[in-house]
Design a protein around this ligand. Structure first.
Ligand code: HEM
Length: 210
């Protein structure tokens, strides 16, 4: 039978592997400067569109990679200075990624419902980061933990979205879906799933790494 500690470790490993995998998959295409490698359509008439995607995707992939290690209790206990430095890199990357995401959403050619989802996600990202940062500046460790779990859950929506896109593309033909149907539904569903799952764990206090 699996113990709660073992279950927590399995959950942490699943999050870490999928986050690192999506970050490693996402970043190379946007390090080349070659807009033809972009995985989403870029508006050719709007030069800042590609720039906003690159300045969003690169720091966002970095923070997705850093996040799981910030929740590893043993690492935090053994290397508190590393936790602080990595935390600052995470927050600065998030600030750059969130502001660029607002621009990328404005330039997006994927439609109004997608744009609204990304505006709300950016706002939630900035708000939860602000709460997490101000809590730790006041020495409120439990509140810091809760807000940073919420913040990372929003970051993890990027992973959930890519899984949903894969599933959507797999059933595209039989269900007669357009890419835009899949992308719009996937964007909203990924936010909902990430928020509900993180709140579920938060109301069961000892169920994830503390
Ligand atoms: C949670 C807050 C996030 C917001 C608000 C956000 C917002 C956006 C927006 C607006 C776009 C352009 C979409 C379009 O034009 O249709 C985009 C694309 C992208 N985002 Fe994010 N994003 C977030 C998190 C992340 C994270 C954590 C990653 C890490 C992998 C990431 C990686 C990317 C990549 C690589 C693209 C380009 C499209 C692709 O290659 O799949 N985003 N994001």
């Amino acid at each position: 039978m699996t113990t709660p500690v073992r279950r927590r470790r399995i959950a942490w490993a699943a999050v870490a592997v999928s986050a690192v995998g999506i970050a490693a998959y996402s970043i190379p295409a946007y390090l080349t400067g070659d807009r033809s490698l972009s995985r989403i359509p870029i508006n050719p008439a709007l030069a800042p569109h590609y720039l906003s995607i690159v300045s969003h995707a690169v720091p966002a992939s970095l923070l997705l990679f850093i996040g799981p290690f910030q929740f590893a209790a043993r690492l935090r206990a053994r290397r508190p200075a590393l936790h602080r430095v990595a935390g600052r890199i995470y927050l600065v990357s998030m600030l750059i990624a969130a502001v660029s995401a607002l621009a990328a959403a404005t330039f997006s050619i994927d439609g109004f419902p997608v744009r609204v989802a990304f505006y709300l996600l950016s706002a939630g990202w900035l708000y939860t980061a602000y709460r997490g940062f101000s809590a730790i500046r006041r020495g409120q460790v439990p509140a810091h933990r809760v807000w940073m779990i919420r913040n990372y859950a929003l970051s993890f929506a990027a992973v959930v979205l890519r899984v949903l896109l894969g599933l959507g593309l797999a059933v595209r033909s039989p269900l007669n879906l357009t890419f835009n149907d899949i992308y719009t539904a996937g964007t909203w569903a990924s936010i909902l799933i990430s928020v509900v799952v993180s709140e579920y764990f938060l109301i069961r206090p000892r169920s994830i790494a503390a």
